[in-house]
Design a protein around this ligand. Sequence first.
Ligand code: NAP
Ligand code: GLV
Length: 329
Amino acid sequence: MAQHRVVVTRRIPEAGLVPLGDPLQVVVLGEDPPPREKLLAAVRGASGILSTVTERIDAEVLDAAGERLKVVANMAVGYDNVDVAAATARGVVVTNTPGVLDETTADTAFMLLMAAARRLGEAERLVRSGRWGGWGPEQLTGPDVWGKTLGIVGLGRIGRAVARRALGFGMRILYTSRSRKEDAERELGARRVGLEELLRGSDFVSLHVPLTPQTHHLIGERELSLMKPTAVLVNTARGSVVDEAALADALAERRIFAAGLDVYEREPQIHPKLLELENAVLAPHIGSASIETRNRMAALAAENLLAVLSGRRPPSPVNPEVLDRLPLD
Ligand code: NAP
Ligand code: GLV
């Protein structure tokens, strides 16, 4: 193991660094996302890369690392920042961190749902401005959440955790997914419908699909036009699942009531129109940002990386076909 050099692209919680430190030679690139040139230079000759969502790990990075590279361990469940096909073609295992962040990310989705419905961002700005004149009969009213219909786009791990929260609010649940989830239908009373029916019938729509070529701009101008004018859209999935410009127009023209967003098409840039809108609640990609969950994500990413470098099956590979070609225990 001692001969292996590992590059950690950002400073991550100790829970991920400590297990790597002893057996490996570890290079941590710093607090902030590394400039591309620094990343390309640092990975040269590395056996493992522990990356985060802010780094694009594409063929150029894989080639810069060279033939010693065995594993890219992404500290995230989403891995659209990694060119998995390019990694697979080079025999590099890619891993992610599923399961350890579901509840925390579902909390964030529900927090944004509540904040957008009840206009929390606007209310806080009013208080801080010094212009608040006291309680008002029609001041800052928004739609109730309890008893309404929630449409979940992508009833996977996080989508289900959101649905469980919604049950506590007496909500009805509609969902879309590539495959039917009969267990979730039984446990959550969720009903599977097509995307159009979900958009027309939901008071709240929460997105939980991965970003893939099939889900890019899944919610565009036409889909927004199907939503109720009183509806709220929540996106904690990936920015590019939504056409951000179309969403900004729909919000500005009050064709939907509000949106709660954690993710954006060109992070950290945000569509300038969204920044001006009172009915957009904007969070800076903090879906999984609890202390405990970030520790768990870092630890799982490290475990994945160490497993591959010590010839064991990693807990969460995303291209398991590569493992079949490696001499693993
Ligand atoms: P998951 O368990 O794999 O669930 C994804 C769901 O999306 C599955 O139910 C899947 O259906 C469905 N799906 C995939 N492609 C679809 C399509 N083309 N049309 C309709 N449904 C589709 O993933 P997860 O762990 O819940 O995570 C979901 C995503 O959340 C991640 O990929 C990541 O991008 C995002 N995320 C963001 C944050 C944040 O900080 N904001 C934190 C964590 C995760 P099947 O089951 O039928 O395949
Ligand atoms: C965060 O965005 C993740 O995919 O874990």
